[in-house]
Design a protein around this ligand. Structure first.
Ligand code: DGL
Length: 273
């Protein structure tokens, strides 16, 4: 059997990237790990996010993954370079793919970015966008209310609409952006609410599609795509409440998740940085 692709996130957000991976790479087996117990990562200091991310990575390395997808912007902002330098498998994050996708569609080069406090304060998006095109103007905003909402499965209704409207007000007031990057993988789960609030004229970008394209390209380039005929059995692991995780996952994938297990993460691994 072929080696799996490993996908990590602080919780259910990475499922938005996982769905794209499954769609674009239907033969590949995926192992997903969400650290739901300690979600959100967004308000945590960099060092803590780094430690938690390494714990997830070590868990997946023990499962002999062939590619690691950091399906979490906060973890990407704080650990991508280090993981790419240290691991002997390819590692991809979600920030550069999201930035590239936004630059492709923006006409006025004014791009909005919403994300967690950690991602926004890291300035990873403005730096990445400007490294690609120096003329890009970035308006960023952290939206701390969104991740807890999504983890609780609150995707619609008046309360959710009000939270989204209130949170996005400063970005709407600044105006002029024509493209908005959902710089947190949890946000595509409330994409409709965000789009509705920002207006149809704004192009809303989720990084999942571009990230999956990059995964596909890397596996093909390394001649590591699975060519057999065994249908993949994906595995999902969560450190927290399985019932909540399952509900969000089943809704997002439109079919029941067949393997879901609760695990504990620890630093006890030879590979921990
Ligand atoms: N989904 C993650 C991200 O893309 C993390 C959200 C959080 O845990 O705060 O940043």
């Amino acid at each position: 059997m072929s080696k799996p692709i490993g996908v990590i996130d602080s919780g259910v957000g990475g499922l938005t990237v996982a769905r794209e991976l499954i769609r674009q790479l239907p033969k590949e087996r995926m192992i997903y790990l969400g650290d739901t117990l300690r979600c959100p990562y967004g308000p945590r200091p960099k060092e803590e996010v780094r430690t938690f991310t390494w714990q997830m990575v070590n868990y997946l390395l023990d499962k002999d993954i062939k590619l690691l997808v950091i399906a979490c912007n906060t973890a990407t902002a704080f650990t991508l370079d280090e993981l790419q330098d240290t691991l002997d498998i390819p590692v991809i994050g979600v920030i550069e793919p999201g930035a590239r996708a936004a630059i492709k569609v923006s006409r006025n080069k004014r791009i909005g970015v919403i994300g967690t406090e950690g991602t926004v304060s890291s300035q990873a998006y403005p730096n990445t966008l400007k490294a690609i095109d120096q003329q890009i103007k970035v308006n960023d905003l952290s939206c701390p209310a969104f991740v807890p909402m999504v983890e609780d499965g609150m995707f619609d209704g008046t309360e959710a609409e009000e939270i989204v409207a209130h949170t996005l007000r400063p970005l709407k007031e600044k105006n002029h952006i024509d493209t908005l990057i959902l710089g947190c993988t949890h946000y595509p789960l409330i994409r409709d609410l965000i789009q509705q609030e920002m207006g149809e004229h704004i192009q809303v970008i989720c990084s999942g599609e571009e990230t999956a394209r990059e995964a596909s390209f890397i596996l093909a380039y390394n001649d590591q795509l699975y060519n057999g005929s065994t249908p993949p059995k994906h595995e999902f692991y969560s450190t927290g409440d399985l019932e909540k995780f399952e509900k969000v996952a089943n809704g997002w994938f439109n079919e029941p998740v067949s393997f879901l297990k609760q695990i504990e993460l620890s630093l006890n691994s030879s590979r921990t940085s």
